[in-house]
Write a protein that binds this ligand. Structure first.
Ligand code: HEC
Length: 127
């Protein structure tokens, strides 16, 4: 009887400690290298995030940077105000405003951020 109780206590102890260890494990994020989406294009892989994060709510048509309009127009606006410097993501506010920080409480997903970086560093093309 005593042995059974001891086993039970030992089992509970092990079960508990292994659980706490599991929950304390930092989230494992595998270091998968970035692979751009197939047929990468600004209109398909970058432009939609402006609407989905409600950027035009502040960047409407009332001066400053305008993030509403067609993909082509938004791209031109970004370059005209200097928020995007083709081939220079670290010098581009469209990237640096969100990289490691957040802009107006908006955090982009790492995929969105990587797509922005890739787009800028491959020439910020109108594609
Ligand atoms: C709550 C309002 C607000 C929202 C939402 C917002 N912004 Fe901004 N943003 C500002 C303000 C204010 C500035 C600084 C003034 C300016 O340059 O227009 C700014 C500046 C910027 C700049 C630099 C502009 C420049 O002239 O160099 C970029 C790029 C930018 N925002 C991108 C974005 C993107 C992309 C989103 C959506 C993911 C977004 N913003 C959402 C308010 C906002």
């Amino acid at each position: 009887m005593k042995i059974k109780v001891l086993f039970l206590i030992a089992f509970i102890f092990i079960a508990f400690t292994s659980c706490t260890k599991d929950t304390k494990m930092p989230n494992y994020v595998p270091n998968v290298p970035y692979v751009p989406p197939t047929d990468f294009g600004f209109a398909k892989d970058v432009y939609p995030l402006f609407a989905s994060h409600s950027c035009p709510g502040c960047h409407g048509t009332s001066g400053g940077l305008t993030l509403s309009g067609t993909a082509s127009v938004v791209r031109t606006n970004l370059i005209t105000v200097g928020a995007v410097i083709p081939n220079n993501s670290s010098g581009s506010k469209l990237y640096s405003n969100f990289n490691g920080t957040s802009h107006k409480n908006i955090s982009l997903t790492s995929t969105e951020l990587k797509n922005i970086k890739y787009w800028i560093d491959s020439g910020a093309k109108d594609n």
